[in-house]
Each structure stands twice: as C-alpha cells, then as structure tokens.
Design a protein around this ligand. Sequence first.
Ligand SMILES: *Cc1c(COP(=O)(O)O)cnc(C)c1O
Length: 452
Amino acid sequence: MEVENQRKTYQKPTIVKLQGQLFNKHGSSGNFPLREKIDGASVTDLIQKYGSPLFIFSEAAIRRTFKQTQEAFTSRYPSVQFAWSYKTNYLKAICAIYHQEGAIAEVVSHFEYQKARSLGIAGKDIIFNGPYKHLDALRQAASEKAMIHIDNFDEISDLEKVADELGKTIDVALRLNMDTGIQPHWSRFGFNLDSGVALAAVKRIHKNGKLNIVGLHSHIGTFMLDPNAYQIQTQKMSRFLMQIEANFDYHIEYIDVGGGFPSKNRLKGVYQPPEVVIPDIDDFAQAIVDGLLENLAPERRPKLLIESGRLLIDEAGYLVTSVVGQKSMPDGCRSYVVDAGVNLLFTHTWYDLLVESGIPLKGLPEPAILNGPLCMNIDVIRDSIMLPRLQKGTPLVVSPVGAYNVTQWMQFIQYRPTVLLIGENGVADIIREKEDLSDIERREKLPDHLAL
Ligand SMILES: *Cc1c(COP(=O)(O)O)cnc(C)c1O
C-alpha cells in the first residue's frame, strides 16, 4: 500500500499546559466530540440491545456515496460500469447493497468468486483479478463467462489449456502495470507496459489463437492522493488500445482503471485535515476521462470500468466500543482499556482514527492512550489522544472503519463482534452475528489419544 511506505517524520515532543477556558488544538476544553446516534439509532440503545463492541454500517451512507461517486464518472463519460471490490468488505449484506445500486463484482480469489456466485451474481458480472487463480477457478470462471484478467504468462498457458478443454476461445483482459509518476510503483501485478512485456503478452496470446483479448485492466495503487497519476494511466492504456487494434484483430470492449481512490480518513503523520489533503472524486474522474479521450478516436468509446472499494465504504463504517477499565501510567498519561482491539482494526496502522463519545462528556481533556483488550503491548487504538476523564462503561465511537477492517480482522484472543447495518429507515439489522466458541472450534480435531 502506498501509505504503508510513507516514512513517519520525526516530531519533537511538546508539553502543553492545559487551559480550562480556552480552545486548544484538540477542540474546546469541555466538549469532547459527541456521536450519540448513527443514522437516528441511539448508540447506547444499540449497545444495550446487541452488546459491545459492535461494528455498525450505514446503508444510507453507502448508497449516498455510491451514487455520488458514480455520478462523477457518468457525467463525464458515456459508458461507465462500477464494480464492487469484494476484498474491501465482503459481508453479504454490504455486497448486496452495491449490487442493488448496479455494481458488478470484482474478486481476487476463487473464494471471493464463490462468494459472489453464492450471492446470486452471474459469472458474466464478475471481474476476476488477482495474481493466483487455481486451474479449477479458471475452469469455472471461463465456463461461466466471467471477465478474467490475466496476471502472468503461466496464467496465459493455464487459460489456453482450459480453452482446449472447453473447445472454444475464451474472452480475456490483460492486467497492465506502468510508471504513472508516483511511488511506490506497483509493478508486481500484471504485465509491464513501459518495457514492452505487455505487447509481448499480446503477441504470445495472438500466436496461439485460443484467447480473445477484449479488455485492458490496471490498478495503480491504493489511497492515491494524485489524480494526475490516473491521467497518465489512462493515456498509456488508451494508446496501448489503439496500438493493439491497429496491429491485431482484437476489438477492445473495455478499459478498467481499477480503484485506489482515498477515503476521508486521517493519515498518520499528516497534520492537515483530510478535507484539505484529499482530492475530490470529481478531480479523479476528470483526470481519468481526460487521459482516456486524449488518444482515442472520436468514435471509439470503450466501456470504462471502475473497481472501487475504500472510497465507497470507509466512511459508512463505525466501531462502537466501551471503556472496561482505566489506570494512570507511570508517565502520568491515562490508559483506558476498551473492549475492541487492533485485531478488529487493521487500518489503525495508517490512520489516526476519529474517536467520539456516545454520551456527553464533561471535564478537562488530558493526555490519554486507548488500549484494546488484547494481552499484547501493540494493542493501541490511539496513542496520545486528549480525552476527558472517562468512566467505566463509557461508549466510544471509532470511525471511519468501513474499509478493509471487516475482511482483514483477526480472530485472536477475543471473539469477533456483531456487525449491524442501520437501514435507511433507521432500523438495525444484524448482518453478522458475534462469534462463539463453536465457530472457532468447528474445524478442530482432537486425536483420540489426546482426549482428556
Ligand atoms: C483492492 C483492489 C481494488 C479496490 O481498491 P481500493 O483501493 O479499495 O479502491 C480494485 N481493484 C483491484 C484489482 C484490487 O486488488
């Protein structure tokens, strides 16, 4: 990930005297940020009914963001198709909302492919990406006419074998990587365009005549902050499209620019607020369309595919957690133990997540650290956060956490919690029940000689 490789800049520690009546950079002294409700549903009521911790998703926010994002593209280009990135959040209910909104599925493994199929998505509405697709997965995807995006030369050979088995040519797309002027340059996925490897792949496919190239794909990074990188990407992709069509008997039906658009989350080490640092989706859409139109003939308007994840869901997700204990640390800092840990919050690594209170809080903010319940020193949700004195039981709302946490979460030391969806009518539905021992032990076997 791009953010993963950003080096933290050293910040000189400072000691600030707290002044009760004044505003400071942490907000006004007596008012900690408050979020009593999520889409009209009371946080304390939800905890009472469903327990703590809780992941909570807003259906209204999901639909609103999807429509806005889609509009940014459809207002600029005649033929646009969105695909929901399953790995970002593949709970059935979440995927179903995007499919209702008109998105197809974007999957990166056989498991995700099966998940989309079991939800009722037809093969032809599944984009199959990823660097490893088992031969069985390729067989299923090819016979169900999925959009298979080839990653490497071995996969070309595998697919040619499948084409022989099926006795027909298979429509495919090529995954491309290229220098778009940003670091890190994601060169491990697909065929490199700049060096000519991508063209060699086209020739290789053409020579055997078993596969039919109908699409070009490229996903250049994640949490991308520079719209210009996408303009370079689509310039290069559209030039390659014209080159292929001029030299081979292929008709490219679509260009897929992947995803990577940032959410309005606060990157660690970036002092300016996300609203200032993060470009609008309109800027990305404009760059993509500008780059696309630069090299295409006026009558050539291939379908534009967008595979988005993070931007669409991050701000629709909250983690509600409760204070279960507190202590004063030797350095004077207060430590709070809350009932949700970093095993549930993979993205805490990159972001200073927003922490709000589910009930009004009074009192002077003081330096504090939010620790999770794991017996691990690294279980820190926020270090150096200013908090008024919290009582045991205080509910806290952590956000935005909608992207990548509910797929990358770990069952480790604790069970994973209930996930709720607040519908557009303000009513909560459970979309994943909290785990119990039977979930964890279902696949375990105890050999007879070890029975106690
Ligand atoms: C993960 C992924 C996406 C979605 O990326 P975001 O940064 O979450 O938008 C899209 N396409 C491919 C191929 C991916 O691997």
